[in-house]
Design a protein around this ligand. Structure first.
Ligand SMILES: NC(=O)c1ccc[n+]([C@@H]2O[C@H](COP(=O)([O-])OP(=O)(O)OC[C@H]3O[C@@H](n4cnc5c(N)ncnc54)[C@H](OP(=O)(O)O)[C@@H]3O)[C@@H](O)[C@H]2O)c1
Length: 277
């Protein structure tokens, strides 16, 4: 039997990353699932075939990336795919969110994805592999009070375009996934984070943006009713990894398609539509 093709996925403990790990495992890949603690790895392994391995990988920690590279090399020297999925949401007014939190947003969603890509490129070259970056509809359109997150996803989109162009000589394709609202715990964790950050706003910002914070609190970290299951995004990621001609961008979900249309409209009109929402 030929060796299974290996794929590394970051942020596999839950949500889209977990669904993708299980989906690719079922499709016969050897999944190397990046997680941040042993228990999450074990829980994933219990649901998957014995091909699936987990590896400790914190994308914001250079030493962790280095260790993960060594651990992956012990299993394989070739990757058929790298899915940069790990991500967090930092939400709140751009005027008020603490700067260290905005940096942290970029540390994970942008620099983390690039650092992991750079580290694993030799294995991707060896395996004629593909890169799939999980962006968001927020990488196409900015809505109020998710500026830090949107900025990070716009940056990830730019990195993806740059990598796609620069890696052409090695036929390493780079695809971007742009999901709309998807059911996962990111909604509650980002709400908790937004409220914790709001407690650090200065007095003027607390007064100015009290209504925004109250609205975030009222929503209580619930995903929108029409949010898609993470398996739907996993299916598209699998397509990007296996299609004969992978697309450069995949939009997932009706809300994301509407967002993409809105993004193409003139700025002032777009602002008017968003302000009415
Ligand atoms: N859910 C949505 O509506 C939606 C929509 C569009 C795009 N996305 C994108 O989809 C991706 C996955 O999100 P999700 O909804 O599945 O969220 P999630 O359920 O919160 O999962 C996020 C994953 O990222 C991991 N992670 C966080 N910080 C990390 C770090 N420093 N190093 C390594 N892993 C880290 C988490 O690990 P721990 O469990 O250890 O924290 C977890 O495995 C993100 O890039 C997100 O921006 C989500």
């Amino acid at each position: 039997m030929p060796d299974p093709r290996s794929v590394l996925i970051t942020g596999s403990s839950k949500g889209i990353g977990r669904a993708t790990a299980l989906r690719l495992d079922r499709e016969g890949f050897r999944v190397i699932a990046g997680v941040r603690n042993e228990q999450d790895g074990q829980s994933l392994q219990r649901q998957a075939s014995d091909r699936l391995r987990s590896v400790l990988l914190d994308v914001a920690d250079a030493e962790s990336i280095e260790k993960a590279l060594r651990a992956v090399r012990a299993v394989t020297n070739e990757l058929a795919g790298l899915v940069n999925n790990a991500g967090i949401v930092v939400a709140g007014p751009l005027e008020a969110v603490p700067m260290d939190e905005i940096r942290h947003q970029f540390e994970i969603n942008v620099f983390g994805a690039l650092a992991v890509t750079r580290a694993f490129l030799p294995l991707l070259r060896q395996g004629a592999g593909r890169i799939v970056n999980v962006s968001s509809v927020n990488g196409r359109i900015v809505t109020p009070f998710v500026g830090p997150y949107s900025a990070s996803k716009f940056a990830l989109e730019a990195l993806s375009d740059g990598l796609r162009l620069e890696l052409r000589p090695w036929s390493i394709s780079v695809s971007v996934i742009q999901p709309g609202a998807t059911l996962s715990s990111i909604w509650s964790t980002s709400t908790d984070r937004a409220l914790a950050n709001a407690a650090r706003y200065d007095e003027a910002a607390t007064e100015r943006y009290g209504g925004v914070v109250a609205a975030i609190e009222r929503k209580g970290g619930q995903a929108p009713k029409r949010a898609n299951p993470p398996e739907k995004v996993a299916e598209v990621i699998a397509r990007a990894l296996t299609a004969r001609w992978p697309r450069t961008r995949y939009i997932v979900g009706r809300d994301a398609r509407l967002g993409a249309i809105l993004a193409s409209l003139p700025d002032r009109f777009k602002d008017w539509v968003l302000a009415r929402r």
